[in-house]
Design a protein around this ligand. Structure first.
Ligand SMILES: Nc1nc2c(c(=O)[nH]1)N[C@H]1C(S)=C(S)[C@@H](COP(=O)(O)O)O[C@H]1N2
Ligand SMILES: [Mo]
Length: 395
């Protein structure tokens, strides 16, 4: 809960560094997007806040600490008065309702789940090496694995009573994104059957208010966000204000046009391309850093691997090559194969005189291999080619 002491402690820690005064939940005033000061992240843009951890720091633990978790926001952190805040559930339901954060916490069973969140634009900078892509030039750190807690989305939908014809669930944030000279909320939607696909341990989607045992921070969506295990981060809407049940996918820009893999982005192409849902298989070497000097002989390497968000698929194998892909060494895992979660790995590779890069690729439990190359796309999404870390071999 957000007791006063916790709030003051957090504010005391943060206040001196905030550009626009104390945090919004203390004063009711908007921080107007002032980023939470965080030396643990590399900042791409301060407002809206877009930042990612250095790769070496990312794989120190299976659970990503909150201060090492990437931030991806399209607008400044919105003004939210937590005491009067209400989330509404509406649309194709029998009984629409509004609910406060307190009620959400007291009236529903709390569900926790560990799931990896990753931006569809993770590794976009590698698409840009082929041809410049607009947008935040993410390295490979727009990913993290956290323990999220809150209410199952399905519990809220059941309370409202889903009407016949319902097929999708929309999420609207309360943030204000500038778009084409106007203001729109960030929005997403997921198929109703994904929302209702809970298992005992895995919610189809979570209406989340806790990240790694702490209230969500402003950057990560305080007071409430969705978390959709297996889906690209863009479907996990921060600062959630509305849940709308509908017979169609959301008409919000971020579903209808953005977050699609397109080449030219004409109206026709956008209209015929479905919105992205599951993330793709990926693996990345996080240590050593690109450009490191390495000695001949054995070298310790570590990184992450992620299976696609398709149910049932986990990472089965991670392989490394120091000879351009002619031969491969198997990595060992330092974490279990868990659905919708990354798997961390370590390997001892042989650095040879001719080694110029360390290549990594992953294989999933269905035998799908991470692709050697990927086709360029206009918005730079879903980059998952073999990851290559250039190194310089010394004596
Ligand atoms: N309201 C709102 N929700 C949002 C966004 C946003 O800009 N506004 N960004 C989305 C994107 S693109 C990603 S990848 C994730 C990032 O979540 P994080 O900042 O907690 O890592 O939030 C998603 N939810
Ligand atoms: Mo994203």
């Amino acid at each position: 809960m957000f007791d006063r002491r916790t709030l003051l402690q957090r504010a005391g820690l943060l206040a001196p560094l905030w550009f626009a005064g104390p945090p919004v939940w203390l004063t009711g005033r908007s921080a107007f997007g002032a980023p939470e000061p965080n030396p643990g992240l590399i900042v791409h843009t301060p407002v809206p806040h877009n930042a990612e951890p250095p790769l070496g720091a990312l794989v120190q633990s299976w659970i990503t600490p909150n201060d090492r978790f990437y931030v991806r926001s399209h607008a400044p952190v919105p003004k939210v008065d937590a005491d009067n805040f209400k989330l509404s559930v509406e649309g194709l339901v029998e009984e629409p309702f509004e609910i406060s954060l307190g009620q959400l916490q007291s009236d529903f069973k709390k569900q926790a789940v560990v799931a990896t969140m990753t931006c569809a634009g993770n590794r976009r900078s590698e698409h840009s090496l082929v041809k410049e892509v607009a947008g935040v030039q993410w390295q490979a750190g727009a990913i993290g694995n956290a323990k999220w807690a809150g209410t199952r989305l399905s519990d809220l939908l059941k309370k409202a009573g889903i009407k016949e014809g319902a097929k999708h669930v929309w999420f609207d944030g309360v943030d204000e994104v500038e778009y084409k000279g106007g203001i729109i909320p960030f929005g997403a939607s997921i198929p109703l059957n994904k929302a209702m696909s809970d298992t005992e341990t895995m919610p189809g989607a979570l209406v989340c208010h806790e990240m790694n045992g702490e209230p969500l921070s402003p950057d990560h969506g305080f007071p409430i966000r969705t978390v959709v295990p297996g889906y690209i981060g863009a479907r996990s809407v921060k600062w959630l204000g509305k849940i709308i049940v509908s017979d169609r996918p959301s008409t919000n820009h971020y579903v209808a046009a953005a977050y699609k893999v397109v080449i030219e982005g004409t109206d026709d192409e956008l209209a015929s391309t479905p919105p992205l849902e599951n993330f793709v298989i990926n693996s990345v070497t996080c240590d050593p850093d690109a450009g490191s000097n390495v000695a001949l002989g054995k070298l310790d390497v570590s990184g992450y691997a992620l299976a696609t968000g398709i149910p049932g698929q986990t990472i089965a194998r991670v392989e490394l090559s120091t000879d351009g892909g002619a031969s491969w060494t198997k990595a060992r895992f330092t974490s279990q194969a868990k659905p919708y979660c990354w798997r961390l790995w370590k390997a001892d590779v042989d650095v040879r005189a001719k080694t110029s890069e360390i290549i990594v690729r992953a294989v999933d439990s269905s035998g799908n291999i991470q692709p050697e190359t990927v086709a360029w796309n206009l918005k730079g999404y879903m980059f998952n080619a073999w990851h290559k870390t250039p190194v310089r071999v010394g004596e």
